[in-house]
Design a protein around this ligand. Structure first.
Ligand SMILES: [Ca+2]
Ligand SMILES: [Ca+2]
Length: 445
């Protein structure tokens, strides 16, 4: 059985064994955790670095918070932490193999764990004394990380990170499951960081109960730029690739996308299109493709194109695309979406092909702001090497008014004062006395 199909098989079992309910996502805490993760993996080469998810942890075992982690390639050192977000939850952490459910590790309070000294040395010790944490070695396979309350329910955060990201084995995939409510504060949000070079990942948001019609949004963190969104996977630019690679969800209302994410922090938000329901979010790293086209751009995928121009005055910015692989790079289509999409236009004709080893191609985007302030939208370019997204930011300054208008009859209007001036003041050829009299006549007449 291939690695990919075993992941799908195990996760489909995983879906049916877990119930938990989320609360608002603790962005501050997530940011701190992810920042720590980024620091820890500063020397990383190329990988998914970790996952964190927040939810409300209830006392019924069916509503514990559970994250799933898939490890491939070889044994992997990971740090797992279960912490309280609200100061109420006293979390207990259990790591089990999946699907057999053997309890491998458990911890209530991190300072009693065998890895307590290492947690402190590496900076991974939680702040709360009742928080749970451990540094463990996991062999290839699937694991569940379960967070339960020692006594009262409360809001918890679970985090899983690679400890030594210079090792060759990788976290192959991550998934979390929760109840997705219609209140935006109770959407399911997973945090992800990617270190090293840009990474191709498949992100899926699916219904577990057949009720939820999930919608998926990927944003950069902490600036919150919307990079990718999808409602139903077969409308995504990567639909064909999802089918070819076997990652297309079974259900047509589920959302999925194959995207390229550069090094950085991201949030993956799952919201219900209509009724609330139980959802599952999954992120997997796609294998490197040694043969084939490789999309590369300046700015890099995910980078912002910035414009500045007076209202109504067009200005352009260029994006340069190169083929860095060993096949023809087919640029299929470009689209602009977002709140001020109508202020932007694509001046380059699509589709086009950059031949293997061929010259770079410049794509020109124009901003003609229809109002003052920062005008924003998102540019997406799809290719045979994934879909690439670029936030557009156009700063529109006040249109400087024209001071003078030539009326074409020898007079000029000063638009600021409203006064009308003669273009040639000496046209009367008057002596100064006559001019004085003439001016007096003008004043009286
Ligand atoms: Ca505890
Ligand atoms: Ca949907």
């Amino acid at each position: 059985m291939s690695v990919k199909s075993s992941v799908l098989w195990l996760l489909s079992l995983f879906e049916n064994s877990i119930h938990r309910k989320p609360q608002a996502f603790g962005m501050g805490l997530l940011g701190l955790a992810l920042s720590m993760g980024l620091v820890q993996s500063a020397q990383a080469d190329n990988r998914l670095g970790g996952i964190s998810t927040r939810s409300f942890v209830q006392t019924e075992s069916a509503n514990y918070m559970i994250a799933g982690v898939f490890i491939n390639g070889g044994s992997k050192r990971v740090v797992v932490r279960a912490s309280s977000v609200d100061g109420v939850l006293n979390p207990r952490l259990e790591v089990q193999s999946y699907p057999d459910g053997n309890l491998l590790y458990s911890n209530d309070n991190w300072s009693t764990d065998p890895s307590a000294a290492e947690l402190q040395q590496t900076g991974w010790a939680p702040n709360g004394t009742s928080d749970a944490a451990m540094i463990i070695t996991l062999s290839p396979g699937l694991y569940t990380m379960q967070v339960s309350p020692v006594d009262k329910p409360g809001v918890g955060l679970i985090e899983v990170y690679e400890l030594n990201s210079t090792e060759s084995p990788k976290l192959g995939g991550i998934s979390t499951r929760s109840f997705v409510q219609t209140n935006s504060m109770n959407y399911m949000i997973a945090g992800l960081f990617i270190s090293g070079s840009a990474k191709r990942v498949v992100v899926r948001a699916s219904s577990v109960d057949g009720v939820l019609d999930p919608r998926l949004e990927v944003q950069s963190y902490p600036d919150g730029n919307l990079l990718y969104s999808n409602d139903n996977w077969d409308t995504d630019p990567s639909a064909a690739e999802l089918q070819q690679t076997g990652w297309a969800p079974a259900r047509s209302l589920d959302a999925a996308m194959i995207i390229t994410l550069s090094s950085g922090l991201y949030t993956m938000q799952v919201s219900p299109k209509s009724s609330p329901g139980i959802g599952l979010i999954e992120v997997y790293e796609l294998p490197e493709e040694p043969d084939g086209p490789k999309y590369s751009s300046t700015p890099a995928s995910g980078g912002t194109l910035s414009f500045s121009t007076p209202v109504g005055t067009p200005v352009t910015q260029n994006l340069t695309i190169t083929e860095d692989g060993d096949a023809n790079l087919e640029i299929k289509l470009a689209s602009i979406t977002g709140i001020h999409a109508n202020d932007f236009s694509i001046l380059t004709a699509f589709p086009f092909t950059i031949a293997d080893g061929g010259a770079a191609k410049t794509v020109t985007i124009q901003c003609t702001p229809s109002g003052e302030g920062v005008r924003t939208a998102n540019l997406q370019i799809s290719s045979n090497d994934g879909t690439h997204s670029y936030p557009l930011q156009c700063t529109a300054t006040q249109n400087s008014p024209v001071r003078y208008t030539d009326n074409g009859d020898g007079t000029v209007t000063d638009n600021r004062s409203g006064l009308i001036w003669l273009k040639n003041a000496s046209c009367f050829y008057l002596e100064w006395r006559e001019a004085k009299q003439s001016a007096a006549n003008l004043a009286s007449g």
